[in-house]
Design a protein around this ligand. Structure first.
Ligand code: NAD
Length: 402
């Protein structure tokens, strides 16, 4: 019997599991994740802003494991030894595999900027997203005693997809947070500091402007063309003048870092040929040096033939990779060759709060309430792809008509 090990129960890993479990064959699967639950990484900003409890965006991994063919091991992956076909876990155990699917996901990228790890809050998993919310609530409570305006100030570093969606949820939370501090909602100050001036380059300018202008209307102050140079305690230091390099400081008790991601550290530690934790894989999604190792999701980079650039890291592509890798692995088990991975984006939608969104479906622009409807349908589809009908009905977004 062949042993298949899947590392990581995110979008890519769970999608692969789902597909493999649908087949009967002479194989056993071991799934490893450091948590007992799967979380919807695209919705972390809602937990960070306190607009959704963690239960809404998580489900127990054991709920989707078919115990007749899969064993779930809760442990942290420390290292992969592709020569020996072994995975070392934090609990001291070693797993042996015939086939491996690496889907270990992302971590926050600091780009080596001083102070980021020490003084900025991250939002990369449930634990860190909950910490962000607890931290904000603490500052609001502190304000009652200190009356220090910095307690009411929140800075989001980076206006990418994540930063924008977080600012949308924070805008939804404004009234609630203000009530904890005992102030008027408009007394809370939200800032976003961003290096470039053309925001959200994945959308056309009209769509990007739509999203940004809504956030501005809701009181978000954007500082654009201002690369962050350093984070000090309660202070963001950004370059204010490109010519002279002069810097300015912004003081706030809550500083959240969302300037991009890289793939899991395990890729570097295990000496994969990687850049920022991502491995340029073969067209069939395998490691160029090890055809029994599939690398998918945020640890993987696949070249898009159309523009000769790797595809972006999104949940949509991670799900597609999960399914494709499982199909190729099944083909390999039957002695046939896997197929080349191709991806046609179905569009992309960014939410700004619970009832607004903007983006594209296919090549068509959508915005406002209809876009919010589509966004929720996308979230439900992802839940179905990883958790099946049960999780979709339990955790899906069906508040579409509010
Ligand atoms: P990102 O790369 O999309 O955006 C990061 C932003 O931070 C950029 O605008 C960048 O210019 C800015 N930045 C970088 N360094 C900076 C600095 N020193 N100072 C100020 N600004 C700086 O990263 P993300 O938002 O974390 O998203 C990561 C990936 O996940 C992306 O590929 C994104 O498309 C994807 N994502 C998708 C969805 C979705 O499809 N719903 C949601 C969230 C994230």
């Amino acid at each position: 019997m062949k042993e298949i090990v899947i590392l990581g129960a995110g979008y890519a890993g769970l999608r692969a599991l789902h597909r493999l479990q649908a087949e009967k064959g002479d194989f056993h699967i071991t799934l490893v994740d450091r948590n007992s639950y799967h979380y919807e990484a695209t919705d972390l900003h809602e937990v960070a802003a306190g607009t959704q409890p963690k239960e809404k965006i998580t489900f127990e991994i054991n709920d989707v494991v078919k115990s007749s063919m899969t064993t779930f091991v809760q442990a942290t992956v420390e290292r992969i030894n592709r020569e020996q076909r072994e995975v070392t876990l934090s609990n001291g155990k070693t797993l042996h595999y015939d086939y491996l699917i690496v889907s270990l996901g992302f971590r926050s990228e600091s780009f080596g900027i001083p102070g980021v790890e020490e003084y900025a809050l991250q939002m990369v998993d449930i634990e860190t997203a909950e910490k962000v919310y607890q931290h904000i609530v603490e500052q609001m409570r502190d304000y009652q005693q200190t009356k220090n305006p910095a307690d009411l100030k929140i800075v989001v570093c980076g206006a990418g997809f994540t930063g924008i969606e977080l600012l949308g949820s924070l805008s939804d939370a404004r009234r609630h947070l203000a009530s904890i501090a005992g102030v008027q909602p408009e007394e809370l100050q939200y800032y976003c500091v961003e290096a470039v001036t053309r925001l959200l380059p994945m959308f056309n300018e009209k769509l990007a402007d739509y999203g940004i202008s809504h956030l501005k209307d809701w009181g978000v102050n954007f500082l654009t063309g201002k690369p962050i140079k350093e984070i000090k305690p309660d202070t963001v230091i950004y370059q204010d003048d490109k010519e002279t390099g002069a810097t300015k400081e912004l003081t706030a008790k809550t500083i959240i870092w969302t300037t991009g991601v890289s793939g899991s550290k395990v890729m570097e530690v295990s000496e994969f040929k990687q850049r920022r934790g991502r491995v340029m894989v073969s067209p069939d999604l395998t490691d160029p040096d090890y055809p029994n190792v599939y690398i998918i999701g945020d640890v993987s980079a696949v070249m898009n033939d159309e523009n000769q650039r790797p595809y972006p890291t999104t949940a949509q592509i991670a799900l597609k990779m999960g399914e494709h890798a499982a199909n190729n692995l099944l083909a390999q088990l039957n002695g046939s060759k896997g197929e080349k991975f191709t991806f046609q984006s179905q569009g992309s939608v960014a939410s700004i709060g619970n009832t607004h969104a903007f983006g594209m479906v296919g090549t068509k622009d959508i915005k406002g309430y209809p876009a919010s409807f589509v966004k929720k349908a996308i979230m439900d589809k992802a839940l179905y792809a990883t958790g099946g009908l049960k999780e979709m009905f339990a955790k899906g977004r069906f508040d579409l008509y509010h």
